[in-house]
Structure formats: structure tokens, C-alpha cells
Design a binder for this molecule. Structure first.
Ligand SMILES: Nc1nc2c(ncn2[C@@H]2O[C@H](COP(=O)(O)OP(=O)(O)O)[C@@H](O)[C@H]2O)c(=O)[nH]1
Ligand SMILES: [Mg+2]
Length: 319
């Protein structure tokens, strides 16, 4: 068992929370076991936040937005945790740490907690560690969890799969290609927020808003929520409150019609299946007999002596 004080953590003690996160991020076997015990124990105290994913290409203004948005929420009496999923970052690097200057005020705010991207670790990768950190923050009483990603590789999909509300920040005057929009991301977005809607860009922003509103109207929506297209200026602090009003409306409606519970349940089941497959893969790769037989069977498949099906079957039957 870990030496983390659950009572202190639940009271929102930062040191207890930071210690718990360090435990969750550790890849040592005994720490993994202790972390799971801790999370299992804290599970009833989780789930009370609204989980918001934020993505967008470098330079779109994610850090500036999170600083403005976070400070706004803190001024409304909310406690805000900012996490990052950035698979490209070296250990303890992360988009957030590099940008800490843009979140200087927020990082000093009493009601805010900022944590850079964890290193990939082994099983489950950055995604697992971020999900578990999110639960710890919820147990510590944070009302809003912001999960930022720069969208390298699969990270946008990973973030969309762990949050309640997924938001794409966009530029006021760029086509789809320049926005770096990956296939499928538009379908996942609960909101497109066109940032830098200030000064000379204001008109472009309005044009871009209409463009994406039309594009979104062509998509099929299966949930109660119709994705919104908004404009804001993180730098000038404009429309930041409107973004929160939108997310809060989503939250209230999603709770009222049970959509939030159902979405999270689906996400958890999917995640369990992903982990199961990863664990199976690991077990297979570590199995001594499989390791011996695999190259032999591969050679036989290559020479056409055995069907690929039978070779695979022989290996899986060893488990
Ligand atoms: N005009 C304007 N500039 C902005 C706005 N938000 C961010 N920027 C600027 O855009 C640049 C990139 O912002 P940053 O927050 O680092 O983007 P990130 O890479 O997505 O985190 C910085 O120079 C910001 O000052 C905005 O709303 N309006
Ligand atoms: Mg940034």
C-alpha cells in the first residue's frame, strides 16, 4: 500500500495529489499495484468534474486560451486542473511546461493545478497515465479538468476518448488543410472555437465561423448535442465566458438526460478492451514458449509448410 494520505488528497491537498500522480506515473511493478489500489479506493470520489479536451495546431493559441479560460473559471469559484497528452514530449517535457510562461498567472492561482504531460511509460501509454491523473484530480475536488493536446499522432483521438466535451481551437483565416484538421476530428468535435477573433482578423473569423457551421450541418449527429461553432479572443479575453456557458449548458443537459453517464460508461468499456488487447499482446510477447516457437513458425510459414492460421493457432494455444 502507498503512503498517500487519502483524507488529505480528498481535501484537495496539493502535495498529497502530486504524490499520488507521481505514483500513478511510475512504471515500477510495485508502484503500479499500489496505484491501482489507490485508484480503486478513490473511485467513488471521482466523476464529479466536467472533462474538457482541447486540441489545435501549434500557434492556434491553446496555452493562451487555457490561461484565460482557467483564470475565468477560477474567478467563478471553480477549481481547474490542466493536464496534457503530448506523446512527442520527452520525460517531464510536454507542451504545458514549455508554455508555462503563457500560463504564468494561472499556475500561481490558488484554484488551479497544472501538470505537464507524463512520459509514455509502458502499458497504456500517456493515455493511461492521463486518465488516472484525471481521476485523482476529481477525487481532490477539481470541478473542471482541461486536457490539452497538440494533436501529434493519435493523441487527438486519445483525448477525445477520455473527455466529456471535445473542443478544437482554430485559426480565423486558414483553410482546412492549414488548420491541420485530421480526418474524423470534425466528427468528434463538440465545438469548434475560432480563436484570435480580434483586430483585423475579426471579419475572417466570422467568415470561418460560417464556413464551419455549414460544414458541420452536413454531418450526422447522433447525440442530443449539436456541435457549436464559436469565435473568441484568448489574448483580448473576449467571449471566454461564452465558451464556458456553452460547456456548462452541455454539462447540465448531458447530466439531465443521462448522456454523460452513458458516454463515460462507453468510454470505460472501450478503454478496458484496449487495455485487454495490450495486455494480451504483452503476455504473448513475454511468454517463453511463444518466444521460442514464434521464429520457428514464422520460418515455416515463409517456406509454405504450414498455413498462417494454424501457426497463429499454435501460438495462441500456448497461453
Ligand atoms: N491576436 C491574437 N493572438 C493570440 C490569441 N491567442 C494567442 N495568440 C498568440 O498566438 C501565439 C501562439 O499562442 P500559444 O498560446 O502559444 O499557442 P499554442 O501553440 O496553441 O499553445 C502567441 O504569440 C499568442 O500571443 C488571440 O486570441 N488573438
Ligand atoms: Mg502551447
Amino acid at each position: 500500500m502507498s503512503n498517500i494520505d487519502l483524507q488529505l488528497l480528498k481535501q484537495g491537498n496539493r502535495r498529497a495529489l502530486a504524490k499520488a500522480i507521481t505514483l500513478v506515473e511510475s512504471t515500477r511493478d510495485q508502484d503500479r499495484t499500489a496505484a491501482q489500489e489507490l485508484l480503486q479506493e478513490l473511485l467513488p470520489a471521482t466523476g464529479n468534474s466536467i472533462r474538457v479536451g482541447i486540441t489545435g495546431i501549434p500557434g492556434v493559441g491553446k496555452s493562451t486560451f487555457i490561461e484565460a479560460f482557467g483564470l475565468y473559471l477560477v474567478s467563478q469559484g471553480k477549481r481547474v486542473a490542466v493536464l496534457a497528452v503530448d506523446p512527442s514530449s520527452p520525460i517531464a517535457g510536454g507542451s504545458i511546461l514549455g508554455d508555462k510562461t503563457r500560463m504564468e498567472e494561472l499556475s500561481r492561482a490558488e484554484g488551479a493545478f497544472i501538470r505537464p504531460s507524463p512520459s509514455a511509460g509502458a502499458l497504456g501509454g500517456v493515455s493511461l497515465r492521463t486518465r488516472e491523473t484525471m481521476l485523482l484530480c476529481e477525487a481532490a475536488g477539481y470541478d473542471v479538468i482541461l486536457v490539452e493536446t497538440v494533436g501529434v499522432g493519435q493523441s487527438e483521438y486519445e483525448v477525445a476518448a477520455m473527455v466529456d466535451f471535445f473542443m478544437v481551437l482554430m485559426l480565423p483565416n486558414a483553410g482546412d488543410e492549414l488548420q491541420g484538421i485530421k480526418k474524423g476530428i470534425m466528427e468528434l468535435a463538440d465545438a469548434l472555437v475560432i480563436n484570435k477573433a480580434d483586430g483585423e482578423s475579426l471579419n475572417y473569423a466570422k467568415q470561418t465561423q460560417r464556413h464551419y457551421q455549414n460544414a458541420l450541418n452536413l454531418l450526422q449527429h447522433t447525440s442530443f448535442w449539436t456541435p457549436q461553432v464559436m469565435t473568441c479572443s484568448a489574448l483580448k479575453n473576449q467571449n471566454i465566458d461564452a465558451v464556458w456557458n456553452m460547456i456548462n449548458t452541455f454539462q447540465i443537459e448531458a447530466r439531465a438526460n443521462n448522456a454523460l453517464v452513458e458516454k463515460r460508461a462507453r468510454q470505460n468499456i472501450d478503454w478496458m478492451k484496449t487495455l485487454l488487447m495490450e495486455m494480451l499482446d504483452m503476455k504473448l510477447k513475454q511468454h517463453p514458449q511463444v518466444r521460442r516457437d514464434l521464429p520457428v513458425l514464422q520460418a515455416r510459414v515463409k517456406r509454405g509448410e504450414i498455413t498462417p492460421y494454424l501457426a497463429a493457432k499454435q501460438l495462441i494455444d500456448l497461453l
